[in-house]
Design a protein around this ligand. Structure first.
Ligand SMILES: Nc1ncnc2c1ncn2[C@@H]1O[C@H](COP(=O)(O)OP(=O)(O)O)[C@@H](O)[C@H]1O
Ligand SMILES: [Mg+2]
Length: 318
């Protein structure tokens, strides 16, 4: 089999005059976790819908394990699992029934479905809630059930469209752990997210998408290097001499603001490097009131790459 599980070439899609995808190219390696990172309206869900055969492209070529998403849609469907941005769970069925229904949709044998459902409920910590209607589940539990449902047919490739948007921090961690587990089992995972942190923690490779174009691609470290380093920022106490602090806190790309009593330097963020700066501050007897480490955010990536901020509201397409 080819090295890449997913190959996308010059993919375009418009809705009437609205150009949503303007020539997307991506290769996703087998067994990788690949994150499509972009703000609301960037074209993430549209891409996932085309890849999962729910929507036809205007032009371009997409193959999943060598199968063409247009000409071999049935084969594609048999090897993918999809978890939507909005959980596709039947509220009135129990967790177990939801999984069994999904198994029957995939034409799995009844006994196999039953066994697989038990296993998945266990894996997603839903065994205790298995016989309760899904409407009694918390947001995090629903998301886990949705994820479990997409895995009922043991697909080698899964698409997760914003799997943690709107989740509380604890549920987000559970989903992250699950995704990592799936990757360990060799499943290829394409997920979309608006959060750099999520892409950072999970993804082997990230494509940043904005207005229907891939504007950057690479590992999280490669992307961060484009954005610039983290910054270590000190607030100098009133009792200490600010200009002395400026000369003591030396580092790359130093910035200072005497009014706000802030001094910052670029850093790799390693404990050793931070410790070194702290030691020199202590040795010079300078008092600090605050210490902060600013990591590059998605907004920083966008600002750097596009010259505009990632828009949070529904953007205007003109
Ligand atoms: N069926 C549709 N008809 C018209 N416009 C659509 C449709 N689906 C998506 N869009 C528009 O396409 C753009 C990209 O949407 P989408 O792919 O959902 O972005 P994302 O998932 O990155 O937030 C948005 O401007 C959205 O309003
Ligand atoms: Mg979306």
């Amino acid at each position: 089999m080819a090295k890449d599980a997913i190959v996308i070439k010059n993919l375009t899609k418009s809705f009437k005059e609205l150009k949503v995808l303007e020539g997307i190219d991506m290769q996703i390696e087998r067994g990788a976790i690949f994150a499509l990172l972009g703000p609301n309206g960037a074209g993430k869900t549209t891409t996932i819908r085309i890849l999962s055969t729910l929507l036809l492209p205007d032009s371009g070529e997409v193959t999943i394990n060598g199968y063409d998403v247009v000409k071999q849609a049935d084969q594609v469907r048999s090897i993918i699992g999809l978890t939507g941005q909005y959980a596709a769970i039947d509220e009135y069925l129990t967790g177990k029934e939801n999984l069994e229904m999904m198994g029957h949709l995939y034409h799995l044998r009844s006994e196999d479905v039953k066994k697989r459902a038990v296993l998945l409920l266990e894996q997603f910590e839903l065994t205790d809630a298995a016989n309760r209607p899904a409407k009694t589940y918390s947001g995090g539990m629903r998301r886990r059930l949705d994820l479990a449902a997409s895995l009922i047919a043991s697909p080698p490739i899964i698409f997760l469209d914003e799997p943690t948007t709107g989740l509380d921090p604890r549920s987000r961690l559970v989903v992250w752990d699950t995704v990592k587990e799936l990757a360990k089992e060799g499943i290829t995972i394409l997920l979309t997210t608006q959060y750099l942190e999520e892409a950072d923690i999970l993804a082997d490779k990230i494509a940043v998408i904005d207005k229907g174009k891939v504007i950057a691609e690479g590992s999280s470290n490669e992307l961060k290097q484009k954005v610039g380093k983290e910054r270590l920022e000190f607030t100098i106490a009133k009792g200490s001499d600010f200009s002395q602090a400026v000369s003591v806190i030396q580092g790359e790309a130093q910035q200072s603001d005497v009014k706000a009593r802030l001094i910052s330097i670029a850093t790799d963020g390693t404990v050793t490097e931070i410790q070194k700066v702290l030691t020199s501050i202590e040795n010079a007897n300078i008092q600090i009131e605050g210490l902060a480490l600013h990591k590059p955010t998605l907004d920083d990536v966008f600002l750097k790459l596009t010259g505009h901020e990632a828009e949070k509201k529904e953007e205007n397409h003109d």
